[in-house]
Design a protein around this ligand. Structure first.
Ligand code: ATP
Length: 319
């Protein structure tokens, strides 16, 4: 293999740059030319593709976001649109591509592989919602960001007998909320897995106030579950706490990647290049029990989400 491409797609995540750097450096050091494909599949279709040098991926390992840009291109599901992308790659002699993104990006990578361009997926998302890997690139950094923010909210909450309701990202995956709940010592976590019984949560808050005499309470709720502002008003109306909602939003996507995310991205980037050098495509890189492994993309997309029951139990035992 002589030439490969690399792109970032879907929502950006801290550590994507470390992955781009790893792919580029490992490939160049193996005598393979590397092309950056800008703005995900959009740049592939439009031909926004430029060679990457060792220097160009210098000084990016500590930067959040993605220097290649990311985009969503729903039309990529259309085979005729993908044909254009394949033509653009072939024109430049690019034989294979590393796709850094979430499950949607993986579907695109699989479709391209079926069209003769070997692709390897790397899990770049803060959501930790790719079930085949223990951790995704960006999750650890986002967790740090959430914990830092919630720690600050706790300082001010306890001064005012307040209940902070914090909406945490994670798409339909509650990992960011659960991990942050444990790390911050939150009083209540609500995720897709716990379900949301509003009256039950309000009752628990009344108990924390009246029986446990808590000066403050932190409730972490995964996004897309309820309107946290409305819920905070109900807390004010029906419990002894004054409810305040905070939506952390895109702050969770930013920031310099943590050392763990940088190392994970580097290990995964290396694996992707090694697979492509062996002529392998249609697979994605995972970390399982601290080993870097690869699994078929079809399989990665169909692995059921591992239950976090033990961690939820731990959370309850810590309250
Ligand atoms: P995130 O987890 O941040 O949402 P993602 O990779 O899942 O990341 P999507 O918007 O679902 O984000 O997918 C990114 C891009 O992948 C889409 O805009 C589209 O270009 C491509 N894509 C998604 N699904 C398919 C599919 N079934 N076939 C081909 N391409 C797809």
């Amino acid at each position: 293999i002589k030439r490969i491409g690399v792109l970032t797609s879907g929502g950006d995540a801290p550590g994507m740059n470390a992955a781009i750097r790893a792919v580029t450096r490992v490939a160049l050091n193996s005598g393979i030319e590397v092309f950056g494909i800008y703005d995900g599949y959009r740049g592939m279709v439009d031909g926004h593709i430029e060679p990457l040098t060792r220097k160009e991926v210098g000084e990016v390992i500590d930067r959040g976001g993605t220097v290649l840009g990311s985009a969503r291109l729903p039309e990529f599901k259309d085979p005729s649109v993908r044909e254009k992308a394949v033509e653009q790659l072939k024109k430049r002699g690019i034989e294979a591509v590393v796709v850094i993104g979430g499950d949607g990006s993986y579907r695109g990578a699989l479709a391209l592989t079926e069209m003769g361009i070997n692709c390897i997926g790397l899990p770049g998302t803060i959501d930790n919602d790719i079930t085949s890997t223990d951790y995704t690139i960006g999750f650890d950094t986002a967790l740090h960001t959430v914990v830092e923010a919630v720690d600050k909210l706790r300082d001010t909450s306890s001064s005012h007998h307040r209940c902070s309701v914090v909406e945490v990202m994670g798409n339909r995956c509650g990992d960011l909320t659960l991990w942050a709940g444990i790390a911050c010592g939150a009083e209540i976590v609500v995720t897709a897995q716990t379900g949301f019984d509003e009256e039950e949560v309000l009752e628990r808050l009344r108990e924390l106030d009246l029986v446990r005499k808590k000066r403050h309470a932190i409730v972490l709720i995964s996004e897309k579950i309820t309107d946290v502002h409305q819920f905070a008003r109900k807390i004010t109306q029906t419990t002894g706490f004054s409810g305040r909602a905070t939506i952390l939003g895109h702050i969770q996507r930013g920031g310099s990647p943590t050392p763990s995310d940088r190392v994970l991205a580097s290990r995964m980037g290396e694996k992707a290049v090694d697979l492509l050098m062996q002529g392998i495509g249609g697979r994605c890189v995972c970390i399982q029990q601290n080993e870097i492994v690869d699994v078929a993309i079809e399989e990665a997309l169909s692995v059921p989400r591992e239950s976090r029951k033990q961690l939820y139990n731990l959370f309850e035992r810590l309250v």
